[in-house]
Write a protein that binds this ligand. Structure first.
Ligand SMILES: Cc1cc2nc3c(=O)[nH]c(=O)nc-3n(C[C@H](O)[C@H](O)[C@H](O)COP(=O)(O)OP(=O)(O)OC[C@H]3O[C@@H](n4cnc5c(N)ncnc54)[C@H](O)[C@@H]3O)c2cc1C
Length: 444
């Protein structure tokens, strides 16, 4: 088979040694997926090559593991059976359509490249899931979100067209540069968030927005967690719709700033970080004014310069990196936004009960918290996780808002889905991948 693969993509792009970098992702150390090392890494340069590789894999019933930037946190891209790791890193085509406010990007374009290219055309791609090394294929496959999802939503809200190579090598082209499309079942939507279990995403058409004429980042310190989190709903109900509205606690945001060698501008026990981005300076400052009025008596720290704002977002995005050495897992439970305070309260209660620290922060306006069980709680790790999941369930929440199930959470997922739902998912998987060769062991 390796000879056939070399004929398709060229010998330089088929690796069977020195492949350690393709056997892991960014999962925390307590939930690392044990990789199968007996895999071949294949790097196609086009949809046609992906299709030809899939035809070979299908004929041989060989598992294929799609891999993007490897920034996933649940082992989704990690190969666990002898087979092929299909890396999209060479598929870098990107085309901006200014008139339609869309971009068509191949799977291997990184988030950083997509942001830069959009900006070059005076356009804006709002989602920002932390690590700019994530690739378009991975962003779509994980239905990624991030800090800037409050106003315009998660990846699903941006994907208007998809090109996917199916298990047998057939190429499916769905949607297009359409804002409305009700033609039959929405097959395209099934691939968004499918974590690479239904097909290989080779290209995506994504919605862009005009670049905001102006933006400001605000940081507001509070004396207590309750006060900070209680303010989130007040802001939204008050008619302010920030691009980002993040909850952070001082110890962890300071740790991230220190890790990066940057300064965080305040040190209240709990804090909210908001990005206000509007079409003009006037509109942005009018929104900031509303925030100040609503939070009368609070220190509202304002960053206006681009570099200053980029640094704040970087510090927020790097909390995990700063804590990673001692983190066993990154939970990303989601609850109805008005219950997020109750979940935070419970996490602090668990901290005391188990005598450990559980760093907690997250996309407050989305009802999505990230929390880390740390390695001093190794023996109580499973217990702590179960208790937090049970509480999320009681509050009407779910196991994952963003990071997905991957290979690390397949058992835990069963707490949140009914047997019938899982059965339906298995049936869908069988329709798309009857021989279970696409990313086996992921999600189901
Ligand atoms: C510091 C940090 C912060 C993060 N913050 C956030 C956050 O705020 N919000 C958020 O949503 N996520 C976040 N993430 C998680 C991660 O960045 C996202 O899940 C991202 O979408 C993964 O993209 P990737 O290209 O790295 O995918 P990978 O890790 O390579 O793969 C992830 C999954 O997608 C599949 N896949 C990859 N490419 C394709 C393709 N072309 N076709 C089909 N399937 C494919 C893989 O098989 C795997 O199941 C964070 C990660 C880190 C390290």
């Amino acid at each position: 088979m390796i000879g056939e693969l070399r004929n398709i993509v060229g010998s330089d792009f088929v690796l069977d040694s020195n492949i350690d970098g393709y056997l892991r992702d960014e999962s925390a150390k307590g939930v690392l997926t044990e990789p199968c090392r007996d895999v071949i890494v294949v790097k196609p340069a086009s949809t046609e090559e992906v299709s030809a590789v899939m035809k070979v894999a299908y004929a041989n019933r060989t598992p294929v593991y799609p891999r993007g930037g490897g920034t996933g946190l649940v082992g989704g891209a990690v190969p666990t059976k002898k087979g092929i790791v299909l890396s999209f890193e060479r598929m870098k085509g990107i085309e901006i359509d200014e008139e339609n406010l869309m971009c068509t990007a191949e799977a291997g374009v990184t988030l950083g490249e997509l942001l830069a290219e959009s900006e070059r055309h005076n356009l804006f791609f709002p989602p920002h899931p932390g690590d700019e090394g994530a690739q378009v294929g991975g962003l779509v496959a994980c239905n990624a979100g991030g800090s800037r999802a409050v106003k315009y939503g998660v990846m699903r809200n941006y994907v208007k067209g998809l090109e996917v190579v199916m298990t047998d090598g057939a190429v499916l082209r769905m949607g297009g540069k359409l804002l409305k499309d009700n033609t039959g079942y929405d097959l395209m939507d099934l691939f968004i968030g499918s974590e690479g279990t239904l097909g290989m995403i080779t290209k995506a058409t994504l919605k862009l927005y005009p670049r905001p004429g102006s933006s400001v980042t605000l940081v507001v310190p509070f004396d207590s967690e309750e006060e900070a989190i209680g303010t989130v709903s007040r802001i939204l109900r008050g008619g302010i719709m920030p691009l980002a509205l993040e909850y952070v606690e001082n110890d962890w945001i300071q740790a991230s700033a220190e890790h990066l060698g940057l300064r965080w501008p305040c040190d209240g026990k709990a804090q909210l970080m908001m990005i206000i981005a509007e079409s003009s300076e006037e509109a942005t400052y009018a929104e900031c004014e509303k925030v100040s009025e609503m939070l009368e008596g609070k220190d509202v720290i304002m960053a206006e310069r681009r570099q200053e704002q980029d640094d704040l977002l970087k510090v927020r995005s790097n909390i995990y990196e700063a804590l990673k050495e001692h983190a066993l897992d990154t939970l990303d439970v989601s609850v109805p936004p008005n219950s997020i305070g109750k979940l935070i309260e419970f996490v602090h209660f668990i901290e005391k009960e188990y005598g450990t620290r559980i760093p907690v922060y997250g996309h407050a306006a989305d009802g999505n918290l990230h929390l880390h069980v740390m390695d001093d709680a190794l023996e109580r790790f499973v217990d702590i996780k179960r208790r937090i999941y049970e509480r999320a369930l009681e509050l009407g929440g779910t196991i994952t808002a963003e990071h997905g199930i991957g290979k690390a959470r397949t058992k835990d997922m069963r707490m949140f889905l009914s047997p019938r739902e899982i059965e339906l998912m298995q049936e869908i998987k069988r329709v798309f991948d009857p021989y279970n060769i696409i990313n086996p062991g992921t999600m189901l």
